[in-house]
Design a protein around this ligand. Structure first.
Ligand code: BGC
Length: 793
């Protein structure tokens, strides 16, 4: 299959033509569905790799949930908070290399749904509430991942912006909001050359996305001229012929439920034509060709330093009365407080979760930086008693036997790194889950003395024993999202454990599930800590650092958050610590906005997000000033959930989610001043913006703004441009930004590119491009735009 034209596109087309000519109808049809949960087989005659897929976006887990470790990168919201596409591309290239090292050709990322409502469970997996910021981040992410020969699968097309009703509801939305807000990141991703896109579970204006010809063919193919592969979200395919003719190329996961022989039957009955099969088969072959040519020669370089840098660059300093950066006098006592202040939460929950090789916790990183000059002491003060955190254990062994034959020979043995186990359809290839008995053994070494609660969540039947004593016996049939919502199916039992004394854990598990999703998780609720001891420590300390977090599993795929707040007992602890020590820094370890009733009492507030495995190091870099904070909020932090413009329509019902706020979503529609506005973030330096000048370019405008660092500390500033797109719109919209590094006392120009293609509004049937003059304002947050400029004047 040689190509002599030298044109890569032509070479690819020729290769696809020749491959198609060699395949039978059956072989072509087999390219259109997963053979197993994570891969599509490529026909042997092509001598190519199989199309293996792995979840993202904050890492590349590989094809199992609980065996093998993967680096944990910052969540997408943290990446967007850097407002730095170059850094995001670098991080994404490292994620692509990680995917490649796991044999994957497709990374199921980035997620470009918008943070329409602050309570949506998967916000942390998505970049921003703003389409422009999301689009630029997505384009950078795609360039990074695909530079490694790994395809991005941009998800979840479209209006899949919440977990409530995500499998059933129809997102009811008008054309202007759909085009200008929710479709824009997908459009930019498609035009940036994403090699695949994932079609979401939900319906859009009454049609399942996976069988909507207008979306999958008219928009994606005819309007955007996109030549990639449309992959169904896992189990989102609704039909055989209708979905394929609408433009859904690939049904995932396998084994197939709606394709396989059903495709061939539909061909026989005339419901499908061979052109329908060929069209999608060609696209899948193109994807195989695109991802084929880079055999892994060496393991990827360790990205720890990059993760740490990106984690620190995403941190947003929300408040600082001067206590930061830390200036610690010799002999000082520093109190580190909070349920997660020792471990930290590096990531949110759901399909994107990875098992990191390690996590740098806040306590050890802060201690390493400040000791021995200062003494750093820890008090937990509060620990959630309602939801378990995954139980950490050593020597986790899984043995599979035939059910009902406990003494029979072991069919297979695996070693796991986590007691949080998930499977799709099959727990052991070649056996029905219902025929198997699974025994998990592990050793747990408690960190604390006292009465712990052990918990078990099993889809099927699970029995948990510690040191020979049966503690829990639990059955559940499971359901679609029960896999992520562990709270609903968890049983618990008290057990007194001794710090450091190993205990032997055995779980006997008989898998069975209505949905095909199988799950086994052992969890732990530590003894309730004494808040008074934490407050006493804070009072005695020279400075207190409190880490605020949500209980495990609150920010996750599968469920939305019940409210904007933290747990009341945790809020109470934070308020008491702030009252006991006026020099209290609150670190917020969440993936999306939380209400902070103690904000006025805290000396400083640091939004950490889910920054990945180097969490403690990234945080310590910012607290100590080794990194000058420059992150800006990619989402509005409302004071109350009710203030979000989508609130009156959220969450809707299982049948319908009405996007009634239309274009006035997020900062565009906030009528009540938020706690912290979109685009906001402080620095240890101070900057002054000069006069802006705009020049017309061939494809838009270039706006230049001098940025002067009027402080004694080097730092970065993010200059943001918001335009008024129509006279009848009471809001400005982000259209361009630039991140500049400005040394102390110097002036550096920020150069912002405003492509003409983005100065547009949707008017009924088509785009209206603004020829100018367009009124724009420039500043360093959506609420601080002192500089006016006219584009096209
Ligand atoms: C999620 C996707 C994910 C897929 C595979 C689905 O539940 O919505 O984001 O890629 O599972 O794990």
């Amino acid at each position: 299959m040689a190509d002599h034209t030298g044109d890569p596109q032509h070479a690819q087309d020729t290769w696809v033509d020749e491959a198609m000519a060699r395949l039978s109808t059956e072989q072509k049809a087999a390219l259109l569905y997963g053979a197993d949960p994570w891969q599509v087989r490529s026909p042997g005659s092509l001598h190519l790799h199989d199309l293996v897929m792995t979840d993202g976006p904050n890492g590349a887990r590989g094809v199992t949930f609980h065996t093998g470790v993967s680096r944990c990168f910052p969540c997408e919201t943290a990446l967007a908070a850097t407002w730095d596409p170059d850094l995001v591309a670098e991080v994404a290239a490292a994620i692509g290399a990680e995917a490649r090292s796991k044999g994957a050709a497709v990374l199921l990322a980035p997620a470009v749904n918008l943070h329409r409502n602050p309570l949506a469970g998967r916000n942390f997996e998505c970049f921003s509430e703003d389409p422009e910021l999301s689009a630029q981040m997505a384009a950078a992410y795609i360039a990074g991942v695909q530079s490694q020969g790994v395809a991005c699968c941009v998800k979840h097309l479209v209006c899949n912006d919440q977990e409530s009703g995500r499998h059933t509801a129809s997102s009811e939305i008008g054309d202007a909001a759909l085009r200008e807000l929710y479709l824009t990141p997908f459009e930019v991703a498609a035009r940036a050359g994403a090699w695949s896109i994932m079609a979401a579970y939900n319906k859009l204006n009454g049609e399942y996305v996976t069988e909507y010809p207008w979306l999958l063919t008219t928009v994606l193919r005819d309007e955007w001229a996109w030549d990639g592969v449309v992959v169904s979200d896992w189990y989102a395919t609704q039909s055989t012929a209708k979905a394929l003719t609408a433009g859904l190329d690939l049904e995932m996961p396998g084994p197939s439920q709606l394709r396989g022989d059903k495709l061939l039957k539909a061909l026989e009955t005339g419901e499908l034509s061979s052109e329908d099969i060929d069209r999608s088969a060609r696209r899948v072959l193109r994807l195989l060709h695109r991802t084929q040519h880079r055999p892994m020669t060496a393991p990827p370089a360790d990205p720890a330093a990059l993760i740490r840098e990106a984690g620190a660059r995403g941190i947003v300093l929300l408040k600082n009365d001067g206590v930061l950066p830390l200036a610690v006098a010799p002999g000082a006592l520093i109190a580190v407080i909070g349920s997660g202040a020792d471990a930290g939460q590096p990531q949110g929950g759901g399909s994107c979760q990875v098992n990191p090789p390690y996590v740098s916790g806040p306590l050890s990183a802060i201690r390493a930086r400040l000791a021995p000059d200062a003494t750093v002491e820890f008090a937990r003060g509060w620990a959630d008693q309602t939801r378990p955190r995954p139980l950490t254990a050593q020597d986790i062994k899984i043995e599979y036997r035939l059910r009902g034959a406990p003494d029979s020979e072991v069919l297979a043995t695996e070693y796991a790194v986590s007691l949080s186990m998930s499977w799709f359809n099959s727990v052991l290839p070649g056996y029905e889950p219902g025929d198997l008995a699974v025994r998990v053994t592990a050793c747990i070494i408690p960190a604390e003395n006292g009465v712990h609660q052990l918990t078990l969540a099993a889809i099927g039947h699970g029995r948990l024993t510690v040191d020979g004593q049966v503690l829990l016996d639990q059955r559940s049939a499971g359901g679609r999202d029960v896999i992520f919502d562990l709270g609903r199916i968890t049983q618990r039992a008290d057990i007194a454990l001794e710090a450091g004394r190993p205990a032997e854990l055995v779980i006997d598990y008989e898998p069975w599930s209505e949905s095909g999703l199988l799950r086994l998780q052992a969890g732990l609720i530590p003894p309730a800590p004494d808040p008074a001891a934490a407050v006493r420590l804070a009072a005695a300390a020279d400075l207190a650092i409190v880490v605020a977090e949500h209980p495990h599993g609150v920010e996750t795929e599968g469920v939305d958050r019940p409210h904007l707040g933290f747990d009341p007992a945790q809020n109470d602890l934070i308020s008491r610590v702030c009252a006991a020590n006026p020099r209290t820094v609150v670190v917020v370890n969440t993936g999306s906005p939380a209400a902070m009733p103690w904000a006025d009492l805290a000396a400083a507030i640091v939004q950490l997000w889910y920054p990945g495995q180097e969490l403690g190091e990234s945080l310590a870099d910012v607290l100590t000033g080794a990194v000058n904070p420059s992150g800006k909020l990619p989402v509005t932090f409302p004071a109350r959930a009710e203030d979000a413009p989508s609130w009156p329509y959220y969450p809707g019902t299982e049948e319908e989610v009405r996007y009634g706020e239309g274009l006035a979503m997020g900062y565009r529609g906030h009528t009540v001043p938020p706690a912290f506005p979109f685009g906001f973030g402080l620095s240890y330096a101070s900057f002054r913006l000069g006069e802006a000048s705009a020049a017309a370019m061939a494809d838009g405008y270039q706006v230049t703004v001098p940025v002067t660092n009027v402080s004694g500390r080097d730092g970065r500033e993010v200059v943001q441009l918001y335009a008024r797109l129509a006279d009848d719109r009471p809001f400005l919209e982000l259209k361009a930004f630039a991140t500049v590094h400005v040394p102390a006392g110097r002036t550096v120009p920020a150069v912002l590119a405003v492509p003409a293609s983005r100065l547009r509004t949707w008017s009924g049937t088509g785009w209206r491009y603004l020829s100018g003059p367009v009124e724009a304002r420039i500043g360093t947050s959506s609420a601080d735009l002192p500089i006016a400029v006219l584009l096209g004047a």
